[in-house]
Design a protein around this ligand. Structure first.
Ligand code: OAD
Length: 297
């Protein structure tokens, strides 16, 4: 089993949630990912997600996404290998990860769904922006603005490229401007799971059953272990006698109880480099398809 978090996509230039990448302007990313924040100021929350959508669309899957997808093709039949990802950025989808072998615990950033829990409206929407008011402010990177935030470095490949302009004043986007559900007329919201919300129950039951059927090896990739239920899967597998490895830039800084002692193997470094290396004996050399939209690894 692979259990993935934001560190898997960090090599593609996407910011993580905690640590240096966890701030957006003066807001903590985790404070905006709540139903309460949306209720209070849906325009602000949409501006934050509009930025994340823009970045996800601009980013490319890296070699670790492709390596996991290849492992799933080779070993995923009959539940032999399964990936649980907390990432909503769509990069595993774009690396052609076989859909029946991956669970998207926290939903999909590029989906839009109804904010009314009793309405099932949910569609993929790749427009960027979804309405003109949510356009992400961009500026040409110049020498004077070279000290980049994580957003800037993610999009910029060199000077003169268009990057997220954090100095542009944030315009208030009125509640009335937020698109409405065509089914029930409530506000539309990003298709992700927010703090305080339930994950899909059927998915959780299926994961629990599968883990208890005897997962013997789990590789944790780029997650700080701060969010449940994802954080409990690795210790649970270990308790049942399975082995657990972790690939992370900084294991000790995470929320893992016991730090490095919580794992049988610790590989500290960039997941986009280490994961293909670790999996090479099983999947061979990863060849990133020509004309794929993959980031160079
Ligand atoms: P975090 O930001 O909490 O943790 C990211 C982890 O990735 C940290 O342990 C980093 O050390 C590590 N990391 C950073 N760059 C890396 C790299 N290049 N290679 C390997 N590791 C790297 O993100 P998550 O654990 O994914 O949920 O956060 C879990 C959930 O909390 C998210 O899905 C989101 C968030 O709030 C919701 O929005 C519901």
């Amino acid at each position: 089993m692979a259990l993935c978090g934001a560190g898997l996509s960090a090599g593609s230039g996407l910011p993580t949630f905690r640590g240096a990448g966890g701030m957006w302007r003066n807001y903590e990313a985790t404070m905006l990912a709540t139903p309460e924040a949306f209720e209070e100021d849906p325009g602000l929350v949409w501006q934050f997600y509009s930025m994340r959508r823009h970045m996800a669309l601009a980013a490319k899957p890296n070699a670790a996404h492709f390596a996991l997808a290849e492992l799933a093709r080779r070993k995923g039949d009959d539940g032999g290998f399964r990936t649980l990802t907390q990432n909503v950025d769509g990069l595993s989808v774009r690396a052609n990860h076989p859909p029946e072998t991956i669970d998207y615990l926290h939903g999909h950033l590029l989906d839009i769904k109804c904010s009314n829990q009793n309405c099932d409206y949910n569609v993929q929407d790749l427009r960027d922006p979804i309405i003109p008011e949510l356009a992400v402010p961009l500026a040409r990177q110049s020498l004077a603005r070279r000290a980049p935030g994580p957003e800037q470095s993610a999009i910029a490949e060199g000077l003169g490229k268009l990057v997220y302009d954090e100095s542009a004043p944030l315009q208030h986007v009125a509640r009335e401007r937020i698109p409405k559900c065509p089914k029930c007329n409530n506000l539309l919201r990003p298709g992700v799971v927010w703090f305080g919300e339930m994950l899909d129950e059927d998915m959780l039951t299926s994961i629990d059953r599968w883990i208890d059927s005897g997962v013997d090896l789990c590789i944790v990739i780029g997650t700080s272990g701060n969010v449940e239920p994802a954080a409990s899967y690795a210790p649970h597998i270990r308790q049942r006698g399975g082995k657990v490895a972790i690939v992370d830039l900084d294991v000790s800084a995470g929320g893992w109880w016991g730090g490095k002692e919580a794992f049988d193997w610790v590989f500290e470094g960039d997941a986009s480099k280490i994961v293909p290396e670790l999996l090479r004996p099983l999947i061979g050399e990863i060849t990133i398809p020509e004309n794929s939209d993959a980031a160079e690894a």
